[in-house]
Ligand binder design. Structure first.
Ligand SMILES: Nc1ncnc2c1ncn2[C@@H]1O[C@H](COP(=O)(O)OP(=O)(O)OP(=O)(O)O)[C@@H](O)[C@H]1O
Length: 274
C-alpha cells in the first residue's frame, strides 16, 4: 500500500515577517564636547531601546550626561560615534517627530497667548490650517487643565501652568517620541506631584512614547516603565530596571521603597562604579 505524503506545511520566509522597529533606539552612543581645553567625553557607548508606548527614564548624578543624551536624541548635537534611530530611521537633526519639554519656565513665546503658543508650531511645522491648529491647541490645553488660560500670555501663568502649556504644545504635535528634561525640577513639591500624576494619567490615556530625564529617584520609579541608570561623568550604563508595574498607588509601598534604595545604592555606592 502506498501512502501519499501529506504536503509539507508552508511557512512564510523569515524576512517577510515584518519586524516593527522600536520607537527610539540609540546604539553605542558616544557624545563629546569640544572646548578650548580639548575634548570632553560626556557620554560613553550607551545603548537605549524604547518601544512604542514605553516611558524610559534616564537617571544619574549631576553631570553624568543625561541632558546631553536628550539633546542628541532631539538632534541638537551630533553623535561622536554610534547612532540614533527613530522608528528605524537615522536621526540627522531636530524634527517634529521628537519634541522636547525643558525644565525652564521661559520655553513659551512671551508675545503669544497660550493658545497661539500651542497652535503656532502646528501651523509652521505640521502645515495645519489656522482653524484646525486652534482646535487641536484647545483640545490639548483642555487635557492639561488649561482651558481657562487659553487667552492668557505666559507672564501671567504660574510655573506649573507654564509647564502644562509646554506639555500641551508637545502633545498637540503628536510626536513619535516625547523628550522631557527635568520638566518638574523647578516646581514646588505639591505642584510637582500634581504634574507627575497628570502626566501619568495622560500617558495611560494617550500611550505616548517618552524619554524622561531626572535626578530624583522616586520620580524616576513613578514616571518610568523602565529605568536606565548612568554612572558619574562620563555617563556609561550602570544598570537597567523594569518599573512598569509601579503606579501612583505604589508610592511608599515596601516594593517601591526597596527599589528606590537599590537604585540609590547603584548610583552612589562607589564600589558599583569600579
Ligand atoms: N556645552 C558644553 N561644553 C562642554 N562641556 C559640557 C557642555 N555641556 C555639558 N558639558 C559637560 O558634559 C557633562 C554632562 O553634562 P550634562 O548637562 O549632560 O549632565 P546632566 O547629567 O544632565 O547633569 P545635571 O543633572 O546637573 O543637569 C558634564 O561634565 C558637563 O560639564
Amino acid at each position: 500500500m502506498s501512502v501519499s505524503a501529506s504536503p509539507a506545511p508552508t511557512f512564510a520566509p523569515a524576512a517577510a515577517a515584518a519586524t516593527v522597529p522600536p520607537a527610539l533606539e540609540a546604539r553605542r552612543l558616544t557624545l563629546d564636547y569640544t572646548t578650548d581645553a580639548g575634548t570632553v567625553r560626556a557620554v560613553d557607548s550607551v545603548d537605549l531601546t524604547v518601544a512604542e508606548g514605553e516611558r524610559l527614564v534616564l537617571l544619574g548624578p549631576s553631570g553624568c550626561g543625561k541632558s546631553t543624551i536628550l539633546k542628541a536624541l532631539a538632534g541638537f548635537i551630533p553623535a561622536t560615534s554610534g547612532s540614533i534611530l527613530v522608528r528605524g530611521k537615522p536621526v540627522t537633526g531636530p524634527g517634529p517627530d521628537r519634541l522636547v519639554v525643558f525644565q525652564e519656565f521661559d520655553q513659551l513665546l512671551p508675545w503669544k497667548t497660550v493658545r497661539d503658543n500651542v497652535a503656532f508650531p502646528l501651523r509652521v511645522a505640521r502645515k495645519v490650517s489656522r482653524a484646525e491648529a486652534n482646535a487641536r491647541a484647545e483640545a490639548a490645553l483642555a487635557r492639561v487643565g488649561l482651558t481657562r488660560a487659553l487667552d492668557a500670555f505666559p507672564h501671567a501663568l504660574s510655573g506649573g501652568m507654564k509647564q502644562r502649556a509646554a506639555i500641551a504644545r508637545a502633545l498637540a504635535a503628536d510626536p513619535d517620541v516625547l523628550l522631557m528634561d527635568e520638566p518638574f525640577a523647578a516646581l514646588d513639591a505639591l505642584t510637582r506631584r500634581q504634574l507627575q500624576e497628570d502626566l501619568l494619567a495622560l500617558a495611560e490615556e494617550l500611550k505616548f512614547t517618552l524619554v524622561f530625564v531626572t535626578h530624583a529617584i522616586d520620580e524616576a520609579v513613578l514616571i518610568g516603565t523602565s529605568l536606565h541608570l548612568l554612572s558619574p561623568h562620563p555617563g556609561r550604563t550602570l544598570a537597567t530596571r523594569d518599573t512598569a508595574h509601579f503606579g501612583l498607588a505604589d508610592v511608599g509601598s515596601p516594593a517601591f521603597e526597596s527599589l528606590t534604595r537599590e537604585v540609590h545604592g547603584l548610583l552612589f555606592d562607589k564600589a558599583a562604579h569600579v
